[in-house]
Write a protein that binds this ligand. Structure first.
Ligand code: S3P
Length: 432
């Protein structure tokens, strides 16, 4: 495990192109594998998590050719994934673990076991097991709810599924299974969550409709996708945005950032706190399902912040950035409260506990609640030592806290950042 010391920065200046989107890359590789014709993926993220997905789809019979600017996936079609006798390793990738079973459930007469690292083995899969069983698949999980787990494929029936929590991963799993089901499947979400799967299905010629919180997908025989372009990752960009907002005197431009409304909740929260973040952000869409992902440059200027309240319906739109909301809260005037975010406890670490313990050790006044946290701004952070707990977003949180702190921060386990943002520290160093 490597410990990296991050010294306070004077001011940050310059341009940065964040890595491409992890969520969209996972989906592109999986849909590419489900398609019968080759799919060209431009800007596929080259990071540990998404490389786990490329390896998994290869195990399932897809041919993958990795070039300098694109990844070419030659899939097997919806119902013809190859037999995999040994467990498929999802590594640290929760998205892979929850989306792939949607495809596997449709492989009649074949069963597949999924397993991953120690962090993955703590994360629940019962939330995808339930709808897949209702569709006719068999799912057997360790202790009824964790990996390793086995999916027995079947001829699937369409369902109407009410998601118990707003989770794009669970929604996507059901929508992928729906492709091979008889008839049309509807998934109802309690609040909007990221909609990359819906957009990519629309791009693949699938009939996908949204009616308020209900999304309906018709069964199909094939996906028709020639080319997919992956934009910059809004969640990775959020770390640089936070740094630009917090380090006095900073002025940054981030290039090619994905600005899908379902991913830009953090920017809206930061703007509400007074941050100057300017970009051509997508407006809240109506019921029409777009077949593309919007992209924009984003300009950031440092400035003073005030506390805010993040309400439950905003949580899915900023779920991976809530640790950064806590960090902004440390520098803001007054209280910053996040509620309705129990899901944070089920991420790569229990992110309510790890964020609260981590930032407290750096001098923050922050308290955990059952479903979020309360931060009392104290004009900044002293600094100190923080552990990533093997969680990429905690590692990067620690580094950004270091840049904005008075005394610097030592981050234990900085290498965890590689699962979504290889070269993160080099990018930050280039801005100094
Ligand atoms: C993801 C959805 C989110 C997010 C995760 C990636 C996705 O999880 O936290 O990092 O790609 O669908 P949930 O929607 O399950 O909360």
């Amino acid at each position: 495990m490597s410990t990296v010391r991050v010294d306070p920065a004077d001011r940050l200046r310059g341009d940065l192109r964040p890595p491409t989107d992890k969520s969209i890359s996972h989906r592109a590789a999986i849909l590419g594998a489900m398609a019968a014709e080759p799919v060209r993926i431009r800007g596929f993220l080259d990071a540990a998590d998404t490389n786990s997905t490329l390896q998994a789809v290869q195990r399932l019979g897809a041919l993958v050719q990795v070039g300098a600017d694109e990844v070419l996936v030659r899939g097997t079609g919806l119902r013809d994934a190859a037999v995999a006798d040994d467990p498929i390793d999802v590594g640290n990738a929760g998205t892979l673990m929850r989306l792939l079973p949607g495809w596997l459930a449709a492989q009649e007469g074949r069963s597949y076991t999924l397993d991953g690292d120690d962090s993955i083995r703590r994360r629940p899969v019962d939330r995808i097991a339930e709808p897949l069983r209702l569709m006719g698949a068999r799912v057997d999980a360790t202790d009824g709810r964790r990996p390793p787990f086995t999916i027995g494929g079947a001829r699937l029936r369409s369902i109407h599924y009410e998601l118990p929590v707003a989770s794009a991963q669970v929604k996507s799993c059901v929508l992928l299974a729906a492709l091979a089901a008889d008839g049309a499947t509807t998934v109802s979400e309690p609040a909007p969550s990221r909609d990359h799967t819906e957009r990519m299905l629309a791009a693949a010629g699938v009939t996908v409709h949204r009616n308020g919180r209900h999304i309906t997908v018709a069964g199909t025989d094939e996906l028709t996708l020639d080319e997919l372009v992956v934009p910059g990752d809004a969640s990775s960009a959020a770390f640089a945005i936070a740094a630009g907002v917090l380090v006095p005197g900073s002025r940054l431009v981030l290039r090619g950032v994905g600005v899908n409304w379902t991913r830009s909740g953090f920017v809206r929260i930061a703007q509400r706190m007074g941050a100057i973040v300017i970009g051509d952000l997508e407006d809240e869409p109506g019921d029409e399902v777009a077949a593309t992902e919007p992209v924009s440059d984003v300009d950031i200027t440092a400035g003073p912040l005030v506390g805010t309240v993040v309400e439950p319906e905003e949580v899915p739109l900023a779920i991976d950035e809530l640790p950064l909301v806590a960090l902004l809260g440390c520098f803001a005037e007054g209280e910053t409260i996040v509620r309705g975010a129990h899901e944070l406890r089920l991420k790569e670490s229990d992110r309510i506990a790890t964020v609260v313990d981590g930032l407290s050790a750096l001098g923050a006044t922050i308290e955990a609640t059952e479903d979020g946290f309360v931060v009392t701004g104290s004009g900044g952070l002293r600094g100190g030592r923080i552990s990533s707990h093997g969680d990429h977003r905690l590692a990067m949180l620690g580094a950004i806290a270091g840049l904005a702190s008075r005394e610097g921060v030592e981050v234990e386990g900085m290498e965890a950042a590689d699962v979504s943002y290889p070269g993160f520290m080099d990018d930050m160093a280039r801005l100094m």
